[in-house]
Design a protein. Structure first.
Length: 72
């Protein structure tokens, strides 16, 4: 029997779900990472969460230099 559009849709849906299930989970948002690239920080991060992560750990360069001079 020929497949109708609905069958194709169901196939696509299932393949999509299987593919999603094979994706690693972002350590921050808990969503499957669907992009080609991810960032292994403390766990694997998706691009969006990587931006947030990096924003949260950024330092003021002058403060950083002062602390280094203060003897770390
Ligand atoms: Zn994420």
């Amino acid at each position: 029997m020929l497949k109708d559009n609905y069958d194709f849709f169901k196939d696509y849906d299932r393949e999509q779900a299987e593919w999603l299930a094979s994706r690693p989970i972002c350590a921050s948002c808990g969503e499957p990472i669907q992009d080609e690239y991810a960032w292994p920080l403390d766990g694997l991060y998706c691009e969006e969460c990587k931006d947030t992560y990096l924003e949260n750990i950024k330092v003021n360069v002058d403060d950083f230099v002062d602390k280094q001079r203060g003897g770390w």
